[in-house]
Design a binder for this molecule. Structure first.
Ligand code: AHG
Ligand code: MN
Ligand code: MN
Length: 321
């Protein structure tokens, strides 16, 4: 069985980048183990803290974040780490070539119900001649377009732990062998299946969307003569919904809404939308905000948010037209 280490070597991935990817994956193995032990490993439930987003942190948000930080700060090729759970980037090794960003635990509302959760990550180039190593200066180094990503991926902690990773124009799937404790290649060169009639949206936001998105969803569920009956699937964890779309096709929509005027979009650009857009495009799909491709967004705030419409290219086009 081909392991991720073999695959990266075969692809002749830069050795420093390989090292950073393997550090991320080492942490995800620890997270996968703790998740599989559930209540026995003491990872369920909430803390008393709020993160920079104003969300109450779950114990596993904090544990997963720390496991990733512990691995990455000791990697000599990581300049800084940005996380959903950290206000500012955490400085690692000055002058190192890579910046890492992650959502340590996506789908927090599924933790306590034994539902799908995951880790989403991306690796970007650090500026060649870096200035200060202060968190505020490092923050600006992250202000890049999504097209600069060198590698992006996620690990979905479901019945099995599945890694989907894209780099160098390839996207592959690996499954964590829980006996050898290694990620083993289980699908190569993923391509989004076309014409799957499935949409994914939090329908409780329906009345808070613009008329455009209300009309789109009406159009896919309205009975008509053509055989175009859509089914709806919603995990409440982007990592699970995107994994289904990469595996089976369909469309995922998280448009802006006016539920909370201070926060019209929910998903974060750097560690949710960018990596997922990179993966979806690599698998032949499309990923848009409401104004253009997600990969072209020019980031100017670390925890910036964006609407997300991604999946099969034809369905995304129908949805945005
Ligand atoms: P997180 O758990 O990292 O805060 O992210 C949750 C995100 C995303 O995974 C999911 O698609 C979305 O929030 C669900 O939001 P709602 O529960 O508001 O639908
Ligand atoms: Mn998330
Ligand atoms: Mn999260």
């Amino acid at each position: 069985m081909q392991t991720i280490e073999h695959q990266l070597n075969q692809m002749q991935v830069d050795l420093q980048l390989q090292s950073v990817i393997l550090s991320v994956l080492a942490a995800t193995k620890d997270i996968a183990f703790k998740v599989s032990q559930g209540a026995l490993s003491g990872v369920l439930g909430a803390t008393d803290n709020e993160n920079v987003q104003g969300e109450t942190q779950k114990k596993l948000d904090v544990i997963a974040n720390q496991l990733l930080l512990d691995e990455l700060v000791k990697n000599p090729y990581v300049r800084a780490v940005a996380s959903e759970e950290e206000d500012l980037p955490v400085a690692c090794t000055a002058q190192a070539p890579f910046l890492v960003a992650f959502d340590p635990l996506d789908g927090s509302s599924n933790i306590d119900i034994n539902g799908q959760i995951g880790t989403i990550f991306t690796i970007l180039p650090a500026a060649e001649h870096s200035g200060s190593h202060q968190p505020q200066a490092l923050e600006k180094e992250y202000y890049q377009a999504g097209r600069n990503q060198l590698c992006a991926g996620y690990v979905l902690y479901g019945p099995s732990a599945t890694l989907v990773i894209a780099l160098q124009g390839q996207i592959h799937e690996f499954t964590l062998d829980r006996i050898k404790w290694e990620y083993c290649l289980t699908k190569s060169d993923l391509r989004l299946p076309a014409d799957t009639k499935e949409f994914s949206a939090n329908m409780s936001n329906f009345f808070y969307w613009s008329e455009h998105f209300q009309n789109y969803v009406r159009s896919v569920i309205r009975p008509n003569e053509k055989d175009s009956k859509f089914n709806m699937r919603w995990n409440g964890a982007m990592v699970g919904d995107v994994h289904r779309i990469i595996s089976r096709g369909g469309i995922f929509i998280f448009p802006s809404d006016n539920k909370n005027p201070k926060q019209p979009a929910k998903l974060r650009v750097l560690y949710e939308a960018f990596p997922m857009a990179f993966l979806i495009e690599q698998a032949g799909g499309k990923a848009f905000s409401e104004t253009g491709p997600i990969m072209d967004i020019a980031l100017n705030e670390l925890h910036q948010r964006t609407p997300v419409i991604l999946g099969d290219g034809g369905l995304v086009k129908d949805c945005l037209n």
